[in-house]
Design a protein around this ligand. Structure first.
Ligand SMILES: [Zn+2]
Length: 253
């Protein structure tokens, strides 16, 4: 299984528009972060998690030729706004399957009615197949994907486990039962916004304690704000098995 980090930034991305913050001005490519998303590929199947406003550029940058399915974690704009740009995939492949919680599907229907409706469509509008996820495993190609439920402030969000790999973003709390489902995972990705407290995101410290509980072999942090600091400096203070993810990083599991 190959995982490509398409974006590792928080909702505004890094650099933030108009910002003179030193991290926004950094020349290190690892300090440039598009909105959060990953591409997961196995046995010729490709799955994207979330489809934010940078989706088009992320697909071009990763030279992605095919998207078999898109899973959504939740409906916030930084995770859904690129949906119109599935068009090139739709033209080649036909209707694109989307998987999400029923509340997220409802939100997609409202925001992208011209994509989700089935009658009187504008010619050229893409079409999708909406698949509702409940909090139980579902099959994608050859893998049973396990949803991991958490809270993003008050909002329910799904993370996903694919055998030895798990991807959780926009979490602020995860119950013990849900943490149990992560037992034995080898590679864990989890969000770490910044050092200061936030109402709906793990801080760096909270993400590290979460990693301590789950005990993966390796962990990567994502959904990072510019105020967390320079990639190079933050990496130095992390435990040996924990890394900051960065855009275009590829890992094989
Ligand atoms: Zn987000």
């Amino acid at each position: 299984m190959k995982v490509t980090f398409l974006g590792t930034g928080t909702s505004q991305g890094i650099p933030v528009i108009g910002s003179n913050h030193p991290v926004c001005l950094s020349k290190d490519p690892r300090d440039k972060r598009l909105r959060v998303s990953v591409l997961i590929e196995w046995n010729g199947f490709s799955c994207v998690i979330d489809c934010g406003p940078d989706f088009r550029y992320q697909m071009l940058r990763a030279k992605c030729k095919r998207v078999d399915v898109i899973l959504f974690t939740h409906e916030h704009s930084d995770h859904v706004l690129g949906l119109d740009d599935i068009r090139p995939f739709y033209f080649k492949q036909g209707d694109i399957p989307l998987y999400a919680h029923k509340r997220v599907l409802k939100s997609l229907k409202k925001r992208f009615d011209y994509i989700t409706k089935t009658k009187h469509k504008y010619p050229g509008a893409p079409s999708v197949i909406l698949n509702r996820i409940k909090n139980k495993p579902f099959k994608l190609h050859t893998i049973h994907v396990m949803p991991i439920e958490g809270l993003h402030g008050d909002l329910q969000v799904f993370g996903y486990r694919f055998n030895d790999f798990a991807y959780l973003t926009d979490m602020k709390s995860v119950s013990d039962e849900e943490i149990d489902k992560l037992k034995g995972v080898k590679v864990l990705v989890v969000n770490a916004l910044r050092k200061e407290a936030h109402h709906s995101h793990f801080t760096l410290e909270e993400a590290l304690s979460f990693i301590d509980i789950v005990k993966p072999k390796t962990a990567y942090l994502t959904h990072i704000s510019h105020v967390l600091g320079f990639h190079n400096e933050v990496e130095k203070i992390l435990p040996e098995h924990v890394f900051l993810a960065y855009d275009e990083l590829e890992i094989t599991i």
